[in-house]
Design a protein around this ligand. Structure first.
Ligand code: DGI
Ligand code: FE
Ligand code: FE
Ligand code: FE
Length: 186
């Protein structure tokens, strides 16, 4: 495995300053949520830190990896918003040498969520949304809800994301919609 200094250096080299600061924020928030929910804090902090590692990988490289590394070919119909979590796991394994399946699954699910979510999946998904650098209408309510109850935080976030996607007439990833039906519906 790489040392933490090596992981930090690679992470920093793969993104701009703003994204790097976002990842630090997600890492700290994930640690806090882990403490509140009785989960391994160091593991949550690491998963949060690396979750957007592949955000800047070129589109052509993504398309090549989807075709050559056994990813579902339906992913070719999507874009980097969806790829950087699911296919991002490939680059995290390759470059950061992180192989822990729980961490990779949390990265995989961090944008779309899923019908089934482990505690770590929920921590990374929610931390990404409420880290201190996030500023959008509703973020304070999201923080309040999530710190009170992690599952409610997932439900709040999915409803907010769906609203945003519909408002902009964006295509909804089926997994995101299925997750909304599980976590957000009263
Ligand atoms: O990578 P971040 O910006 O920190 O956050 P993210 O990974 O949660 O979300 C990245 C983008 O993905 C965000 O603009 C919302 C978008 N997104 C989430 N679910 C869907 C989606 N985009 C589409 N088209 N469909 C979805 O279902
Ligand atoms: Fe992301
Ligand atoms: Fe997110
Ligand atoms: Fe993020």
């Amino acid at each position: 495995p790489l040392t933490s200094d090596e992981i930090i250096a690679k992470e920093k080299a793969n993104m701009d300053k703003k994204r790097f600061e976002h990842c630090i924020g997600v890492s700290k928030t994930a640690r806090k949520l882990a403490k509140l929910n009785g989960y391994d804090e160091d593991k949550a902090a690491l998963a949060g830190f690396i979750h957007d590692y592949a955000k800047r990988v070129p589109v052509e490289e993504y398309r090549k990896v989807i075709k050559e590394q056994g990813f579902d070919s339906d992913l070719l119909n999507w874009n980097r918003a969806i790829w950087h979590g699911i296919v991002g796991t490939y680059f995290i394994k390759r470059d950061l040498k992180i192989t822990d399946p729980e961490i990779l699954q949390a990265v995989w699910r961090h944008t779309t969520a899923d019908v089934e979510m482990t505690t770590l999946d929920k921590i990374v998904f929610v931390a990404d949304f409420i880290e201190p650098g996030r500023d959008f209408p509703g973020v304070d309510e999201a923080r309040k809800v999530a710190y009170n109850n992690l599952d409610d935080g997932v439900g709040y976030e999915l409803a907010h994301t769906l609203e945003f996607l519909v408002k902009n007439r964006n295509k909804i990833y089926p997994r995101t919609l299925a997750a909304y039906n599980v976590w957000s519906v009263k």
